[in-house]
Ligand binder design. Structure first.
Ligand SMILES: O=C(O)CCC(=O)C(=O)O
Ligand SMILES: [Fe+2]
Length: 246
């Protein structure tokens, strides 16, 4: 009974948003800067419904208070299986579009890892390798909170792209709290990037390495992501990570 209740907690219609994505533009952004934005992937109502799940502890497998680990300030919770329908739909419906990019990146980086076309097959691989715990998460920030630059690596199996959806409206629900990324090139100084997200926008970004084309072929650059200090208000984010955790 509790399983049925959990699974139906929040429904949303992600297919139209995914249909509307300009994939050639997205591929271009991902190849040149390692991230891209899908505008308005979720409606304001869907954002509010997902953010509201934060107060239903039975939907989550664990809660992390960032200050206790030196991760920043603020908190997040990892969803438990079965995932709410909306989260499950985003994970399974975005994956098939991202797997070809992941495979192209891995080929360019001379990796022999190949990602299957469907998420279920990739999750089977994670589970067989002992990575069985779900990684989609809901983050919650208040005034003064921030998220240090990090990478969401949870074991040997890593899908190289992940998605974060801003569930609050900048300038209205909160001030500050920008989504920031840094790109570290070999033997060079790091460059910082700020993603201009609005409520309902999704950012797709490299989890760790991505290929960059130089005059002597492709080399690897490393991305990290985080959130600058929230100056006022409240900010929620939904994180969709495609690999599970050990
Ligand atoms: O709150 C944010 O925008 C950052 C989320 C994040 O670190 C993640 O989804 O992995
Ligand atoms: Fe993260």
């Amino acid at each position: 009974m509790s399983i049925a209740r959990k699974a139906s907690a929040v429904a949303c219609h992600v297919a139209p948003g995914i249909e509307a994505i300009d994939w050639p533009a997205a591929w271009g952004d991902l190849d040149t800067q390692g991230w891209t934005i899908f505008p308005k992937l979720l409606s304001a109502n869907e954002c509010d419904a997902i953010a509201g799940l934060y107060d239903q502890p039975d939907l989550f497998r664990s809660r992390v208070v960032m200050a206790q680990h030196g991760f920043g300030r603020g908190e997040y919770q990892y969803f438990d299986y079965p995932l709410p329908q909306c989260v499950e739909s985003l994970r399974t419906q975005l994956y098939p579009h991202l797997a070809p990019i992941a495979n192209r990146w891995h080929e360019a980086m001379k990796s022999t890892i190949h990602f299957p076309a469907e998420h279920a097959a990739f999750i089977e691989r994670c589970h067989a390798g002992g990575q069985t715990r779900p990684t989609p998460l809901l983050l919650q920030y208040g005034e003064g909170d921030y998220n240090c630059l990090h990478q969401d690596l949870y074991g040997e199996h890593v899908f190289p792209l992940q998605v974060a959806i801003l569930l609050s409206e900048p300038g209205e629900d909160f001030e500050g709290g920008e989504f920031v990324l840094t790109e570290q090139r070999p033997r060079m100084q790091s460059r910082a990037m700020v993603a201009p997200l609005q409520k309902g926008d999704a950012i797709v970004f490299a989890v760790n390495d991505r290929p960059m084309t130089g005059s002597r072929g492709a080399y690897r650059v490393k991305l990290r992501h985080g959130v600058s200090k929230v100056r006022s208000g409240h900010r929620h984010t939904l994180g969709i990570i495609f690999h599970d955790a050990a």
